[in-house]
Design a protein around this ligand. Structure first.
Ligand code: C2E
Ligand code: CA
Ligand code: CA
Length: 767
């Protein structure tokens, strides 16, 4: 039954089919019962009519025989016969014929001579009659005269011996048959047939239509048999009639077509048919409606299951209290459970377990649907330190407390916890300045100490933020950008910062740069720029610092801070630095040949200060060249691995390589190490020098650093000198060397040579 897509069609077809089959069986049974009973009635009627005819035949025969006997015993008549007095005989016959109301009468002598009245007999008929009577086999029977059957009844004429017979002949005609037909309750057809050669012939003459059936009907001896006829099935009864002449037997046939017997039932059949059709239609409509009632809730369930699968809410209407109703109820209960579980899961997925606050995922969704979204992320400063001090549990409380303060301060927005130490909100803000000032204001919620159970905590917040519509660089997620901005704010020691895509760059893409770096060294993508160092006492450029440059064929200029940092992380820094040292030595030679004897400074990455192989390379290279070379190193490199680093620095110093402490003041400065490093020069970090003009505090720092370095036997270089004012101040503080854009930027070799040919301090700048 897979052909039916719908239960309803299936039920309807099934029921209609079964009902139709039942109807057909019932109709067949009714038809068969009716035909059987009709057949019985017809059979009975035919048998009865046959018997009646037999009686009629017999009584007529008796009547005629009596009449014949009376005449046969009449003395005068006997004498007339004996004397062959034909007129007397004939008149006596006529007389009797009239009395008995028969068609013909005759006297047949034993000598075969016949005198007849009413009918004329041919010789064949006389012969047949005489044979029958002479053999004394028959006294009454059918006699065929010229094909027409007659009932012949004879009585012997004794004088005193048998001299002949008186015979009456009565024609077996249509009229007599009609009379017989009228006696029957059913309109049967009666006929007397006689056999002529092979076929049975009707009284009328030609071979009878029933001829083929008669022999079979005779075999059934008095029981009607069914036969196929022109009018359909016909019941036929055949009764043999005594007959003169064995070669011409006679038979009475009674026939009745069944079609006629069934005719009265026809309206009933029609009525039955119409009732069946109406019943069928009603059944189909009923089944259709019923199955619709059945299938509608099932269809509803089916659709609900599909909705459930699609994650939608799925409840079905319970319309009944039967199995389907109960199924719908169970389904609703199950769907409800699934929905509750789904809701719990969704809640769990979107909320922080510890604080119950919405989580990062929630915030991301919220940001996605907020127009002009601006994400403000607040990080608890020194999170790890505070957590170690107050414990994990209290830290959760602290985050909750700060979140609730933030929510209130921001006008009731929901605060999400995006990481252990950071919470964030989404607002609609379209302006950077407004967003920044709001972030700074909101950071102030941490100004008041937070009271937790058993402790009061002083916390501070830093904010990172970004909003839709600002350059996002390669960071797709607004929340990620706010997080990076938080790091950027902390790095810059600011209260709040907007995401800076340029500063962040593209850490992902940077990875691919590293593999490019080594091949870049072999091409001229990487080259060395030189920034002059100005001697404040000699008022001359006495040295240069080599600063590496990389022009990437696809990405253009790449900041040295970036690619050098990467080279350090990926183990390429030695190759890079060795290349730098060789380059500087080669360029120093070239400069000397051009008439410029300069001290050449090279930046040496901190990591290489614990690399024995590099140290050996550097010592060999410098020894071979023999020029004035200075290695710039940072203090932090020494602090990380003091034993080895200090040893290597000592060996550099011993080999005549100058050592400079770079970026002094920017990292963790330790006077203890400062004293131990065999350095010739101290470079004050440009952060202090850049703000020298307007910060008295920095000026003091620079001045005391210069004094300290001098007291430790080191010369001092100030880097980041951008203005004449700064230069003048440094000169006043006793600084030895100045480096910065005010003197010159880092220049390629050709540019440097050109610069060296000009005054050390350019006219315009000096002014
Ligand atoms: P650094 O050694 O402190 O180099 C000084 C940086 O300050 C250079 O940046 C220089 O261009 C910049 N600078 C010079 N004068 C001024 C000024 O007046 N104002 C300002 N604002 N900046 C000025 P650069 O070239 O981008 O180099 C950055 C850092 O990259 C260097 O810092 C150094 O640590 C590293 N680096 C550069 N070349 C090499 C190298 O060959 N080897 C190693 N290991 N590191 C290198
Ligand atoms: Ca340097
Ligand atoms: Ca520096």
């Amino acid at each position: 039954m897979t052909r039916f897509r719908y239960l309803r069609t299936r039920l309807t077809v099934l029921y209609a089919g079964l009902f139709g089959l039942t109807l057909m069986l019932v109709a067949l049974a009714v038809y068969m019962a009716i035909t059987a009973s009709a057949r019985g009635v017809v059979r009975g009627e035919l048998t009865a009519s046959g018997a009646v005819y037999g009686q009629l035949w017999d009584s007529r025969s008796d009547q005629l025989r009596q009449g014949a006997s009376v005449l046969a015993q009449d003395y005068g008549f006997r004498e007339a016969v004996a004397t062959n007095d034909e007129p007397t005989v004939r008149s006596a016959l006529d007389n009797l014929r009239g009395r008995q109301k028969v068609e013909g009468a005759l006297i047949l002598g034993t000598d075969g001579y016949a005198t007849s009245a009413g009918v004329s007999l041919d010789d064949a008929a006389i012969d047949t009659l005489w044979t029958g009577l002479n053999d004394a086999t028959l006294s009454a029977g059918v006699l065929s005269i010229e094909g027409q059957p007659y009932q012949a009844v004879a009585a012997p004429v004794m004088a005193p011996v048998l001299i002949g017979w008186v015979v009456f002949l009565e024609r077996l005609d249509q009229a007599q048959m009609r009379r017989l037909e009228e006696l029957s309750a059913i309109p049967l057809s009666a006929s007397v047939l006689t056999r002529q050669t092979t076929a049975w012939h009707d009284m009328a003459g030609p071979a009878s239509a029933l001829s083929g059936v008669v022999d079979r009907a005779l075999d059934a001896s008095g029981t009607p048999v069914g036969a196929r006829a022109a009018e359909g099935e016909t019941m036929v009864l055949a009764r043999p009639l005594p007959s003169f002449g064995a070669e011409a037997p006679a038979v009475l046939t009674l026939s009745y077509p069944m079609a006629r017997a069934l005719k009265p039932f026809e309206p009933m059949f029609w009525a039955l048919g119409v009732i069946a059709l109406i019943g069928m239609a009603l059944l189909m409509a009923g089944t259709w409606l019923l199955s619709r009632g059945l299938s509608r809730p099932i269809t509803a369930l089916d659709e609900a299951v599909q909705r459930l699968q699609a994650g939608e809410d799925a409840q079905v209407e319970v319309t009944s209290s039967d199995e389907i109703g109960r199924l719908a109820q169970s389904f609703n209960a199950m769907a409800g459970d699934i929905r509750d579980r789904q809701a719990r899961l969704t809640h769990m997925a979107l909320h922080d377990q510890e604080t119950g606050l919405p989580n990062r995922l929630w915030l991301e969704r919220e940001a996605a649907v907020t127009p002009s979204a601006c994400v403000l992320m607040f990080g608890v400063d020194r999170f790890a330190v505070v957590r170690n001090a107050i414990g994990f549990e209290a830290m959760g409380q602290l985050v909750s407390a700060l979140a609730s303060r933030l929510s209130t301060a921001a006008g009731g927005v929901r605060v999400a916890r995006v990481s252990v130490g950071a919470v964030a909100i989404v607002l609609e803000i379209e302006n950077d300045a407004e967003a920044l000032s709001l972030a700074e204001r909101l950071c102030a919620v941490a100004d008041q100490p937070v009271k937790l159970i058993g402790a009061t905590v002083d916390a501070s917040l830093t904010a990172g933020l970004d909003r839709v519509g600002r350059p996002s660089g390669r960071v797709d997620s607004l929340v990620d950008r706010a997080g990076i901005a938080l790091d950027q704010a902390r790095d810059a020691r600011r209260k709040a910062a907007l995401f800076d895509a340029v500063a962040y760059g593209d850490p992902g893409a940077n990875l691919s740069l590293i593999s490019d770096l080594i091949t870049a060294l072999e091409s001229d993508q990487v080259w060395m720029a030189y920034q002059p160092k100005f001697d404040l006492r000699d008022n001359a450029i006495t040295g240069v610092e080599g600063l590496m440059r990389w022009n990437h064929p696809k990405r253009g200029f790449i900041a040295p801070d970036l690619f050098i940092g990467m080279a350090e992380e990926t183990g390429q820094i030695r190759a890079l630095t060795e290349w730098g040292v060789r380059r500087v030595i080669a360029d120093q030679k070239a400069l000397a040949e051009a008439g410029h004897a300069l001290q050449m400074s090279v930046n040496i990455s901190g990591r290489l200060l614990s690399d024995e192989a590099f140290a050996q390379f550097a010592l060999d290279a410098v020894a071979e060249a023999g020029g004035d070379i200075c290695f710039e190193i940072t203090e932090t490199a020494v602090i990380d691995n003091p034993e080895v680093a200090l040893g290597i620095i000592d060996r550099f110093a011993a080999a005549g390589i100058k050592v400079s402490i770079d970026d002094y003041g920017s990292g963790l400065s330790s006077l203890a190490y400062l004293k131990r490093i065999a350095a010739d020069e101290l470079k004050i970090d440009k952060a202090f020098v850049l703000s020298l003009d307007d910060s008295a505090k920095d000026a003091l720092l620079v001045k005391s650093t210069i004094d300290l370095a001098h007291s430790l036997g080191m010369s001092v270089t100030a880097e980041g000198v951008e203005t004449g004012t700064a230069l003048a101040l440094l000169r006043g503080m006793g600084c030895d060397t100045a480096q910065g854009y005010f003197i010159a930027k880092a220049l390629p070799m050709a540019g440097l040579i050109e610069r060296l040919s000009k005054p050390a301090l350019m006219e315009t700048k000096a002014a």
